[in-house]
Ligand binder design. Structure first.
Ligand code: IPE
Ligand code: IPE
Ligand code: MG
Length: 239
């Protein structure tokens, strides 16, 4: 019934990026441990990935772990690392079956070896796919990303006069990917928390009160509707 959204909403986004927030509060409200909230968060990830496939949104980015999240209690950090590692193994078949290409942004440096291997394995196993590109931000921070980009540019000795926005964009972790059309944050918080700061230059911002574990296909459809209502001017005067 709802699946042919392209006729209802001609301006579907090409790239949606989610700041998956509220797992802890979701759990707390139910008297559960924060880890339970994170577990249920993985289910919500699957709901959203399925919805992106169904409504043919070609790029989906999910913010899973920020550079600052390493400052959480070690037990929670270690649980999240294990959950990420396990989920990647568990959903590998699902990715292959559905033609999903997996990419990671962020730095693998501080990640446990098992997670580094799981990321590499999933990326290699899915690199030829193009039905949906799923970009997961792990140990990602926009400030660390710009430092990496500057280092890369300096290393190549690119002359000062030759530096354009394209030069910078080509050295970001998101090189080759389109900018997000809309950034959605769940759980009622209204900030970007070091997520895609440069790529967000002209992104629509959308804040939902829903906690991440409660996000489902209905939420996704609402996001598409909200996007269709926005009038993106990109600095240009409209007739
Ligand atoms: C988002 O949920 C998941 C991560 C940041 C890893 P939180 O863990 O931030 O949940 P709240 O914000 O404490 O509710
Ligand atoms: C942002 O959420 C990072 C992710 C969702 C992965 P946080 O819960 O860490 O952000 P703050 O601390 O509320 O800004
Ligand atoms: Mg949070």
């Amino acid at each position: 019934m709802m699946s042919d959204l392209s006729t209802d909403y001609p301006n579907l986004p090409k790239h949606l990026a989610f700041i998956m927030d509220g797992n802890g509060r979701w759990a707390k409200e139910r008297g559960l441990s924060r880890t339970m909230g994170h577990r249920r968060g993985v289910r919500a990830v699957k709901n959203i990935v399925k919805a992106a496939l169904k409504y043919k949104i070609p790029y989906l980015t999910l913010y899973a772990f920020s550079t600052e999240n390493f400052n959480r209690p070690p037990a929670e950090v270690s649980f999240l690392m294990k959950l990420c590692t396990r989920s990647m193994g568990k959903y590998k078949k699902f990715f292959i079956k559905n033609g999903i290409k997996f990419l990671m942004i962020g730095s693998v440096d501080r990640l446990p070896k098992e997670l580094q291997l799981a990321i590499g394995d999933l990326r290699d196993a899915t690199e030829t796919f193009s039905e949906l590109t799923l970009i997961v931000a792990i140990n990602y921070g926009a400030r660390a990303e710009i430092i990496d980009a500057i280092r890369g540019i300096v290393r190549k000795k690119i002359p000062e006069s030759g530096i354009t926005w394209e030069t910078v964009a080509d050295h970001l972790h998101t090189r080759g990917l389109p900018d997000p059309d809309m950034i959605i944050r769940t759980s009622g918080e209204k900030r970007l928390s070091n997520f895609l700061l440069l790529q967000a230059a002209y992104a629509e911002l959308h804040f939902l009160d829903t906690y991440w574990p409660d996000v489902d296909e209905k939420t996704f459809i609402e996001v598409l509707r909200e996007y269709a209502r926005r009038n993106r001017r990109m600095g240009i005067v409209q007739r």
